[in-house]
Design a protein. Structure first.
Ligand SMILES: Nc1ncnc2c1ncn2[C@@H]1O[C@H](COP(=O)(O)OP(=O)(O)OP(=O)(O)O)[C@@H](O)[C@H]1O
Length: 561
């Protein structure tokens, strides 16, 4: 900050008349030494500022990303029914990057501009108070304009991020379902839809560009007006002997500094407003509390969970469709150690029953209990650690088979290779995994796309085994019935042995292994009993469903012949 002041002194020294060369050389040398010191300190301070701001800014971004991810993962399942994956990913990547940029580059440059402007203005007053008061009259209108501009930019930025999130959402969904897009030959129309979405981003960016051009034009012009004022008024002050040439030079340099700082501040302010726009979307997410808390409930550490479950007068509607209950006063008892097959027409709520047991949703009325405990009183993590699930279309992650199986364990770190091999053997998966060139280290592709349906299910069974074996049996298990493949069926039967099982049965073979069958229809359990008993009821829904399935199977076999 003292550099322009010292430079002014250098100029005054040069223009001082009557000084001999030796004295002038001595004065110039000491001024130049001082200036070198000032430049060195300034350079070092600048480097330190950039390093500190960048590293602490990046740390903030890292923490912000972790907090956002944690906030997303702890939301209730209904939140994900309403949200779009691509939008959430956009918040995690683009919005955090925007806030990060706003903090790192922008805040650092902004703080420097504030310091520089403040020091420059003070020095201008120090060098010439009358000239400073005259020149700085231009600052208030420019500041007013900046505030107006910033507000508008903030709203544009939020709209841009929203439009970008929609485009990302579309791209994410279509890319991850590329086979469907290709099968329906929709590549071109999808490209067009995506382009329309990015057009919205573009038109907002164009609005921002117009605004930015106008604003920067005005601030540039204001800077030039300041310089002209200094030259005009400063020239008059010099002519009336109220200012030296060195002082005018210093003042001019400070004016440049202040002008550049004000331009920097405007850009800082606009970037900050853009950061706020993206930040608003992040705070909304960070502020959002899960619908039911994940901690704080009873953990029955010493207790063995036998899995005897009861649905008592349960009424439930999905939060996204609150007007149409899936269950109305549904009651069902699953005694410990039994296999209960749940059947019913498509859409009758069989999978919903399992979601409620896992406490992915809470019923609107009634109670679900396991071993006599209302599941709302149990810690959901603990509850789920005793429940193994295998779904009809299991989802694997794009990592190795080893990691996919280990994912089932409550304590993933404690899983040994032997645990994984054992689970794979019981699940009839060991041989096919070992036949791959990379064995258990084979990476399965996104959602396990590189494996067949039956292979995925056997890996999913091994994963579920690791889960329910760790708290030691008897524990509890739920499944949607599996591929009609002998090896998968055998693995599933081994998994069910000695446990309480609720199985969503679509096939006759699955139902035959069950101790009891519950038939769902019209929002409740309409029949419940042993397989043979239910078949004996000629008017019953179970009998009709079985007859229909037997007929369909016959038709299929006839078509194959
Ligand atoms: N996440 C959800 N949000 C809103 N409604 C849902 C959700 N999941 C399922 N539903 C609705 O709840 C009803 C029951 O669905 P569910 O998947 O439990 O039936 P299901 O008996 O398992 O069907 P299927 O035999 O076809 O697999 C259906 O009408 C379905 O549209």
């Amino acid at each position: 900050m003292s550099a322009p002041f010292l430079l002014g002194k250098v100029i005054d020294t040069i223009y001082t008349t009557g000084t001999d060369t030796e004295t002038m050389a001595a004065s110039l040398t000491s001024l130049c030494i001082m200036l070198t010191g000032v430049f060195l300190v300034g350079g070092a301070a600048n480097a330190a500022r950039v390093y500190l701001m960048q590293s602490s800014g990046q740390k903030i971004v890292r923490n912000l990303r972790a907090s956002i991810f944690s906030s997303i993962l702890t939301q209730e399942v209904a939140f994900f029914d309403r949200s779009r994956t691509g939008e959430l990913i956009n918040r995690l990547s683009a919005d955090t990057a925007m806030v990060g940029r706003s903090i790192t580059d922008n805040l650092s440059d902004g703080l420097r501009a504030v310091a520089q402007a403040a020091a420059g203005v003070s020095m201008m007053f120090y060098v010439s108070p009358s000239l400073a008061s005259f020149v700085l009259l231009i600052v208030p209108p420019v500041a007013g304009l900046a505030i107006f501009y910033g507000r508008y930019l903030r709203s544009i930025s939020k709209r841009t991020q929203d439009a970008l999130a929609q485009a990302t959402q579309l791209a994410e969904e279509r890319i991850s379902n590329m086979r469907t897009v290709r099968a329906f030959g929709k590549e071109l129309s999808e490209v067009n839809t995506y382009t329309e979405k990015t057009d919205q981003v573009f038109s907002l960016a164009r609005k921002e560009a117009v605004l930015r051009a106008g604003f920067f034009g005005v601030t540039g012009l204001s800077g030039n007006i300041m310089i002209l004022s200094v030259l005009y008024k400063g020239g008059l002050l010099m002519a009336s002997q109220h200012m030296t040439v060195g002082e005018l030079s210093s003042f001019l340099m400070y004016t440049f500094w202040v002008g550049i700082s004000i331009a920097g501040l405007s850009s800082f302010y606009s970037e900050l407003m853009k950061g706020f726009g993206a930040g608003t979307r992040l705070w909304e997410l960070l502020d959002r509390k899960p619908e039911f808390p994940l901690n704080g409930q009873i953990i029955l550490l010493q207790k063995t969970l036998y899995g005897g479950s009861e649905f008592d007068d349960v009424t439930f509607a999905y939060p996204t469709r609150s007007e149409a209950p899936i269950f109305q006063n549904l009651s069902l008892m699953v005694p410990a150690g039994t296999i209960m097959a749940v059947v019913g027409p498509s859409g009758s709520g069989k999978s919903t029953l399992v979601s409620l047991l896992l406490r992915l949703y809470d019923p609107d009325a009634g109670m679900i209990s396991i071993d006599g405990h209302d599941i709302r009183d149990l810690n959901p993590y603990w509850l789920r650690s005793h429940i193994g699930t295998v779904s009809q279309e299991p989802v694997l992650f794009s990592c190795s088979i080893r990691d996919n199986i280990a994912y089932g364990a409550v304590d993933q770190e404690a899983v040994t290779t032997e645990d994984i091999y054992r689970a794979a053997r019981v699940a009839n998966a060991y041989n096919f995994i070992q036949a791959f060139p990379q064995g258990f280290d084979t990476v399965v592709g996104e959602k396990g796309v590189l494996l067949s349906g039956g292979q995925k299910q056997r890996i999913a069974i091994a994963r579920a085994l690791l889960r329910v074996n760790n708290p030691k049996p008897p524990s509890f298990f739920s499944a949607l019935d599996a591929e009609n493949e002998f090896l998968v069926q055998e693995a599933l039967e081994r998994l069910m042995e000695g446990r309480t099982v609720v199985i969503i049965a679509h096939r006759l073979s699955t139902i035959q292994n069950a101790n009891a069958v519950a038939v769902l229809d019209q929002q409740r359990v309409v029949e419940c009993g042993r397989h043979a008993e239910l078949l004996g009821n000629r008017q019953g829904l179970f009998r009709k469903l079985m007859e229909k399935q037997a007929f369909l199977q016959e038709e299929q076999q006839r078509a194959l012949r």
